[in-house]
Design a protein around this ligand. Structure first.
Ligand code: FAD
Length: 850
């Protein structure tokens, strides 16, 4: 057995097999290696067998209570062996199904334990598979703790194989796995005791839901001890005794079986990952935000990378990784709407932010609740316990989270997940017609309740909550504070100058010394890194917003150009002017324009840089001397000449920095502008962001000379070409050129060679570039390259980068929320400030710096 593949996947769980199927769909020759059964933990020992058994226990409970429904059956009993048999047949059927899918999808399956055996090589029991890319999807294993008597306990794998239901079950650990078994055996009549060290079982679930769930469990005779630390498990009189202490007081509980359910740990045994250059951190495989490990061509997904250890997250990551490998998309996993389900009885499910979490983040929220007792469908089912709770942004009404306990909560969460993922508002939910009688109506009612408009329960106070009421309370009890944008305040917003964010504090002079990778320069260097990450995340989310039709017109992203953008712009002084074109959101942010104002402009909102008049292609901030796109493809070059004339005429020492793409160098205005600047010795630095493709044509095919900087030689102009993927080089060399021009007022030319990772605009399907081409440049990613420099010099580590990514992710989320919540421009103001005379009334538009 040996073979060569495009992609080799190690592990056949929901991460691995989904990745393999997606890779094959994308045309990759794919292999998958599994040492046990296809389907992994999820199908064989996790999601599926537990849910099959839970279905049996649910049916048993219903049958016992059947008389009220007219179901008359004497001596209803529970046959554990039959339930086990059914569970096994469900598992077998699904495992076979996965095997069949892999076969039908032309994925080659191998049975055996895989080991990384050098670059691009996977060893399976002495046979070698060669893969251009390898995906580690080896999942997780049961966590063990050094507890005296741990050998007397059983784990989640073993409890699934019990020959009979225990009369008394003690569960150590009140996480999802522990509570699912607790609920199941309590329903089957076992005496269940749960021992949890934390103040709450199901720590990640909203406290309201846990209270309701605990009550239900207590009604089945189960006991939950929180804040309780187990000290040992011992044998006593033929059974087991678990000793624990709660707040210093000792306790003990007898049991026939003790389930140790204290979590799961990433599994890499036998993989020899570190030998192959794959970095591990506390057992988990370290990946970057594209799911690539520290070894070239090796990726990792699912439980083995830690984070959210759930089957659907593993599958989602599998698809992201494969699409990144194929160059089909630049996928950075976005987990903010990953649903979380607990299949207890009653079921629990949640997505997005909880009430407490949102408040901790400083977000003013409004809350809506709807009890299943008021839902027609829940009554017909005879399952009226529980409720739906929604958490929404107080200002915009955007749904931030939903929390459900009750019948089919795990199915109901899908609608809420769709809403959170897509930034839908409470109003959009309640404007959607929900079928009757159904359980999803309860989500709609909760959304209405949050707005004080519930139909099928009494609202505590009539009328709409006033989102502008500072620090008030919503009719449902949720706090409401001043929203991010005040809709009633249009007039004021019109005159409010755009706020500015802060780019890293730049040293007074840029020279090799201040760019050295030393502790002294750490703050500045890390500031630049953060700025690049912020721009990237902003652009990624802008693309999403465009596809949601939040952004109109065109949207040109500069992902991949961050080093060129940040390095180029930080080389300027505050009094210099930037004339730039349409690929400019990142340019504006690098210049310190508030990202909120940039996004609001893209959304066409009043709070945008140009009060929503410019849209995606005309960002202006006079205070920052940022003159956005006035015309497409080089239309702004003559304007830069005009600006330079003005500077020269006023005998100022400012430099005009004119940024444009490679395509602009093919038009007449480019030549005329360079000629004029040279003839009249104007202080312009021409800065060509050569991302190698003018629309869909490679530069060398569209231009008479492949090296664009040589075009400036025609005007006897000093010109240089720089590595635009290298932040420090861009900054240093741009600064040298800018300062020369400041001194002698002679125009100069810089060509910064970079690469755009996305199509020409968001709607460009980007079919003209080969996968190899994209892969080559993806490897030179300017942010990753700079991170390597920082890491090697000991100025930052993976943990730091992860934190930065999380920070900027949260920041950009706020930015989007702000833009979304901002008011539209008032149509009657549309022609205001369009003509020069009106500027007299707008001093901030004439703002001069210094
Ligand atoms: P896994 O499913 O663990 O698959 C990894 C596979 O890799 C395994 O089959 C393993 O044999 C194989 N492997 C490992 N090393 C090698 C090697 N060197 N060579 C070849 N093969 C190898 N999640 C949910 O979303 N919903 C649920 O309801 C749910 N219920 C759960 C209930 C229980 C009791 C448990 C334990 C887990 C549950 N989970 C649930 C979690 C879910 O099972 C995991 O998150 C999911 O299986 C992770 O998928 P994965 O592909 O990353 O890894």
């Amino acid at each position: 057995m040996a073979g060569s593949f495009d992609v080799v996947v190690i592990g056949g769980g929901p991460g691995g097999y989904v990745a393999a199927l997606r890779a094959a769909q994308l045309g990759a020759k794919t292999a998958i290696v599994e040492k046990d059964r296809m389907g992994g933990t999820c199908l064989v020992r996790g999601c599926i067998p537990t849910k099959a058994l839970l279905q049996s226990s649910e049916l048993y409970t219903m049958a016992k209570d059947g008389a009220a429904f007219g179901l008359v059956a004497d001596n209803v009993g529970f046959d554990w062996a039959a339930a086990q048999k059914r569970k096994s047949s469900v598992v077998d059927q699904l495992v076979k199904g996965v095997e069949g899918l892999l076969k039908a999808g032309s994925v080659t399956s191998y049975r055996g334990s895989a080991r990384l055996a050098g670059k691009g090589v996977v060893d399976v029991g002495g046979d070698q598979l060669h893969g251009k890319d390898i995906i580690i999807a080896t999942g997780s294993a049961v966590a063990r703790i050094p507890l005296p008597g741990a050998d007397l306990t059983i784990d989640s794998d073993q409890i699934l194989e019990l020959k009979e239901a225990p009369r008394r079950l003690a569960v150590i650990g009140g996480g999802v796995v522990g509570m699912e078994f607790a609920a199941m055996f309590a329903a089957l009549g076992s005496k269940v005791t749960v021992l949890e060290m934390l103040p709450q079982v199901l720590a990640m679930v909203d406290a309201d839901l846990v209270t309701a769930y605990s009550k239900h469990l207590a009604s089945l005779g189960a006991e939950i001890h929180t804040n309780s630390k187990v000290s040992e498990v011992v044998k006593q009189n033929g059974s087991l005794l678990v000793r624990f202490s709660t707040g210093g007081e000792g306790g003990a509980v007898g049991a026939d079986q003790v389930l140790l359910a204290v979590g799961r740990v990433p599994y890499t045994q036998g993989l020899e990952a570190e030998k192959a250059g794959v970095k591990l951190e506390r057992g988990r495989v370290v990946v970057d935000d594209h799911l690539h490990t520290t070894a070239d061509g090796v990726w990792a997904i699912g439980d083995v990378i830690g984070g959210i250890m759930l089957a659907h997250v593993a599958s989602y990551e599998g698809v992201c990784a494969v699409e990144n490998i194929a160059g089909h998309a630049n996928r950075v996993p976005d987990y903010h709407a990953a649903p979380n389900c607990v299949y207890t009885d009653p079921e629990i499910a949640h997505v997005g932010l909880g009430e407490k979490e949102a408040k901790e983040k400083g977000i003013a929220v409004k809350i809506g609740r709807f009890p299943f007792a008021a839902a027609g469908r829940a009554l017909t089912l005879g399952q009226t316990e529980g409720f739906v709770k929604v958490v929404a942004d107080a200002g915009s009404g955007q749904l931030l989270g939903a929390h459900i306990i009750g019948p089919r909560a795990t199915d109901l969460i899908a609608e809420a997940a769709l809403a959170v993922q897509n930034g839908l508002t409470l109003e959009q939910i309640d404007l959607t017609i929900h079928a009757h009688p159904t359980l999803p109506e309860s989500l709609m009612e909760a959304a209405l309740a949050a707005q004080g408009r519930a139909i099928h329960i009494a609202n505590r106070k009539s009328g709409l909550p006033n989102p502008a009421a500072s620090g008030g309370t919503s009719p449902q009890g949720g706090e409401v504070s001043t929203p991010t944008a005040n809709m009633q305040n249009r007039g004021e917003k019109m005159s409010a100058p755009v706020k500015s964010s802060s780019p890293p504090p730049t040293p007074s002079a840029i020279n090799p010394k201040v760019l050295e990778l030393t502790k002294n320069n750490r703050e500045f260097l890390l500031g630049m890194h953060r700025q690049m990450q912020l721009i990237r995340r902003f652009e990624e989310r802008a693309q999403e917003q465009y596809t949601k039709a939040k952004i109109g017109g065109y949207c040109h992203l500069n992902i991949g150009e961050e080093a060129t953008v940040v390095g180029g712009i930080l080389a300027l002084k505050a009094n210099d002017w930037i004339f730039t074109s349409y690929r400019e959101h990142g340019h504006a942010i690098a210049r310190g324009v508030d990202p909120k104002a940039v996004m609001a402009e893209l959304f066409g909102k009043e709070t945008g840089t140009s009060h929503g008049r410019g849209g995606s292609m005309h960002l202006v901030d006079y205070g920052r001397r940022f003159m956005g796109g006035y015309g497409i493809v080089g239309g702004h070059l003559p304007l830069a000449v005009g600006g330079a004339w003005a500077v020269k005429y006023r005998k100022q020492k400012d430099v005009i920095f004119c940024m444009f793409g490679d395509g602009a160098t093919n038009i007449g205005a480019f030549h005329e502008s360079l000629n004029m600047a040279k003839v009249f010795e104007l202080p312009v630095v021409w800065f060509c962001v050569n991302n190698r493709y003018g629309m869909g044509t490679p530069v060398e095919k569209a231009s008479a000379v492949a090296d664009i900087y040589k075009k400036a030689c025609a005007y006897d102009m000093e010109s240089i070409q720089i590595d635009g993927m290298n932040l420090r080089e861009v900054l240093l060399r741009t600064s040298e050129i800018v300062e020369k021009t400041r001194k002698d007022s002679v125009p100069r030319f810089i060509e910064s060679l970079c690469y755009r990772f996305r199509g020409h605009s968001v709607v460009d399907p980007d079919k003209y570039r080969s996968a190899e081409d994209k892969e080559k440049y993806r490897k030179a990613d300017p942010i990753v390259a700079f991170e390597h420099e920082l890491e090697e010099s000991g100025l930052a580590d993976e943990e730091y980068f992860k934190n930065v990514r999380q920070e900027v992710d949260a920041e950009v989320r706020d930015v989007i929320e702000f833009a979304d919540a901002s008011p539209d421009p008032n149509p009657s103001d549309l022609y205001k400030y369009t003509y020069a005379g009106q500027w007299d009334n707008r001093p901030e538009l004439r703002a001069e710096r210094v």
